[in-house]
Design a protein around this ligand. Structure first.
Ligand code: ADP
Length: 468
């Protein structure tokens, strides 16, 4: 009948609340009925003590004035309308009764029997008469000052009015209990609905997201934990959508990157394989391009492999003591021709010497290549790319500055993210800086980028010096 959260709420909360309310109602009813019944008994007991005190002044029930005194008392008692007062002789015969009728001999009188047998000379009985009427009866044995039993006084009161009051009180308790349970069910149902409904919507949306619909969005229904969950799921869908787009862009960029050198290699290979043999100059140019483009291809594949190693955390570095200037020189040597052919100025003010660093030779060169390659790539012809190496007490800094297009402030924090490309129209896979940053960090250094649109970009690589 009930499912999920509703079932848990019914079992854990509602059942406990109902049990507590039932317990409270039963306890209250018990306390109130005990109180009512004991007040009736106390009342009867008080009267019986008062009457017994009067009668205990006689020596026996045979005294001349005994019966008339008892009758006077009974007849003038203000309580005689509400209770039956009886005086029983020593032998149990009825001497005086407030009703004027001699009660039926068959009527049960266990209180009288008990009082006679009890040492206190007092007993009470709550039960039903043969008429079906419920009564409380108390009997007190009256003794003279020398200890002889004179008579017994018996007070009987109907419990009908008391029971009516009692039932009314219990009915009120039960009604209050039912109202409380109804309120709990009402508020509980509202509360559960306010959880179950949004959870269903969230779960449906999460399924859609899992199936690849990253545009799925949940309308925020409440400004609470559920609302926060909606926000998180919406953010998650947005992030997944963005990374899906990035992944697709990455695949198309990489395919494009691979296709360009492959087209050149294939074109030149076909030219050389044609029916007519090309002249020596064309042949040399073709071979030169094939070698260059193959080297570029290898570079791209190496970068991809590095990226996958970085993802698997299986990139292994071989540290050795290095002269940073020698490594940088090699990289700049490779870049100089390109800068000249692209009409860009590559300025390098080489210092005399630098403290040695502990680094992986190839990986470090890869970082420099990537940074200088970016600087040249994003700087137009006639632009300047400057390289500076500075020594500090415990570190060495390589600063690469360009006068290129720069990076927008919104994009700047994300350029080191994998697959991120601020400029989709320029060649590149968007993983170069992510790998460079990882490598520099593995060397215990850091890579910082400052940039301004139209001003240029400055990349600072800081590496710790080797402990001699
Ligand atoms: P890519 O292979 O696309 O260059 P990178 O990870 O090396 O990938 O760089 C990420 C992005 O950062 C680039 O797409 C580019 O938008 C931006 N970027 C990096 N270096 C520079 C620079 N020197 N000038 C301007 N933008 C740059």
């Amino acid at each position: 009948m009930f499912k999920g959260i509703t079932k848990r709420w019914v079992l854990n909360t509602l059942c406990a609340i109902v049990a507590v309310i039932v317990l409270v109602v039963v306890s209250l009813s018990y306390v109130v009925s005990t109180y009512y019944y004991s007040s009736v008994e106390q009342n009867l007991n008080g009267r019986s003590v008062e009457f017994a005190n009067i009668l205990s002044g006689f020596r026996s029930d045979m005294d001349q004035t005994f019966t008339s005194t008892a009758r006077d008392y009974v007849e003038n008692s203000p309580h005689k309308e509400r209770m039956e007062i009886t005086v029983l002789s020593h032998s149990g015969d009825i001497l005086v009764t407030s009703t004027g009728f001699t009660p039926d001999k068959e009527e049960p009188m266990p209180d009288y029997e008990s009082a006679r047998n009890s040492s206190s000379g007092y007993a009470k009985w709550v039960g039903k008469l043969s008429s079906g009427e419920k009564v409380t009866a108390v009997t007190r044995i009256v003794k003279s000052s020398d200890g002889n039993t004179i008579c017994a006084v018996r007070y009987v009161s109907s419990m009908e009015a008391t029971d009516k009051l009692l039932f009314a009180a219990i009915a009120i308790f039960i009604a209050i209990g039912l109202v409380v349970i109804a309120l709990v069910i009402l508020s509980g149902t509202y509360f559960i609905r306010s959880i179950v409904r949004p959870v269903r919507v969230i779960s449906d949306t999460a399924k859609k997201i899992a199936q690849g619909d990253f545009n799925a969005k949940i309308d925020k229904m409440y400004d609470d934990e559920i609302g926060d969950l909606c926000d998180s799921i919406n953010d998650m869908a947005k992030e997944l959508g963005a990374s899906e787009r990035m992944k697709n862009d990455f695949i198309s960029s990489v395919s494009h990157e691979l296709r360009t050198p492959l087209t050149a290699i294939k074109g030149w290979a076909e030219t050389m394989h044609g029916t007519e043999l090309p002249d020596k100059a064309t042949f040399d140019k073709g071979i030169d391009i094939i070698v260059k483009e193959s080297t570029r291809l290898t570079g791209i594949v190496e970068e991809l492999l590095d990226f996958s190693r970085m993802q698997n955390e299986s990139m292994i570095l071989r540290f050795e003591k290095l002269d940073i200037l020698a490594e940088l020189d090699e990289v700049l040597y490779m870049m100089r021709d390109r800068a000249i052919s692209e009409g860009k100025h590559l300025l390098y003010d080489q210092p005399e010497s630098m403290p040695a660093i502990m680094a992986d030779k190839n990986k470090l060169k890869q970082v420099f290549l990537n940074i200088v390659d970016n600087a040249l790539k994003y700087t137009p012809a006639e632009g300047v790319v400057g390289i500076q190496v500075l020594s500090e007490s415990q570190s060495v800094r390589v600063i690469v500055t360009d006068t290129g297009c720069g990076i927008a402030p919104d994009d700047l924090p994300r350029v080191k993210d994998k697959f991120f490309k601020a400029n989709q129209s320029v060649r590149g896979s968007g993983i170069g800086l992510a790998i460079a940053d990882e490598i520099v960090q593995k060397h215990g250094g850091n890579l910082e980028i400052e940039s301004g649109i139209g001003v240029g970009t400055t990349v600072t690589i800081t590496l710790p010096v080797a402990n001699s």
